[in-house]
Design a protein around this ligand. Structure first.
Ligand SMILES: CCC1=C(C)/C(=C/C2=NC(=C\c3[nH]c(/C=C4\NC(=O)[C@H](C)[C@H]4CC)c(C)c3CCC(=O)O)/C(CCC(=O)O)=C2C)NC1=O
Length: 174
């Protein structure tokens, strides 16, 4: 499992270089957002159950066929599996936010997921919709409660893991 600092150092070490201006700038920008990342992750962890529940309700409101007979989240077991998947996405997103790196998502979440979903008939589009709904809820929560600055040198660090999972799952730009 990789993170911003480890990746950077590995890159320099592999060619025996000291950290240069570029490397130091990347490190600075990572550490500058460090406290905000940790605060955001703490807030998401504390509110995980609520976030998943809200996103689930919203998803089934927007796509009611999912929970009707014939829908993939129909029956208590599959409904629960769906919310459990959403919880996985949220939990791994918090790890990725702290690591400043999406590698944990590739390794633990996305690896083989499309194939599993396809073989079980779990629809990708609505799953991505669920991930995006969580992102919006998460951003409202973080922006509202704490005025945590989520902007970083390469975009909003809260958007990143959710958009990454969405993109990788759907294999197209969102
Ligand atoms: C930590 C990494 C990890 C992930 C991501 C993961 C996902 C995952 N979701 C699964 C099932 C499932 N996933 C869903 C999800 C949904 N159905 C819908 O209609 C919605 C769009 C969506 C919720 C948003 C459902 C309903 C099942 C059960 C499908 C079935 O058994 O028929 C399965 C098959 C095995 C099982 O049921 O547990 C896996 C492996 N497992 C993991 O270990």
């Amino acid at each position: 499992m990789r993170d911003t600092v480890g990746d950077l150092i590995r890159g320099y070490d592999s060619t025996g270089r000291y950290l240069d201006r570029n490397g130091l700038d990347s490190l600075k920008s990572y550490f500058a957002t460090g406290t905000a990342r940790v605060k955001a992750a703490a807030l998401l962890s504390a509110n995980a159950a609520t976030i998943v529940k809200q996103a689930g309700s919203k998803l089934f409101e927007e796509a009611p066929d999912l929970i009707r007979p014939g829908g993939n989240a129909y029956t208590t077991r599959r409904y629960a599996a769906c919310l459990r998947d959403m919880d996985y996405y949220l939990r791994y997103a918090t790890y990725a936010v702290v690591a400043g790196n999406t590698d944990v998502l590739d390794e633990r979440v996305l690896n083989g997921l499309r194939e599993t979903y396809n073989s079980l008939g779990v629809p990708i589009g609505p799953t991505v919709q669920g991930i995006q709904l969580m992102k919006e809820i998460v951003k409202d929560l973080v922006n509202g409660v704490n005025s945590i600055d989520t902007s970083s040198a390469n975009g909003n660090f809260l958007d990143q893991p959710f958009d990454y999972m969405s993109r990788e799952l759907s294999e197209k730009n969102i």
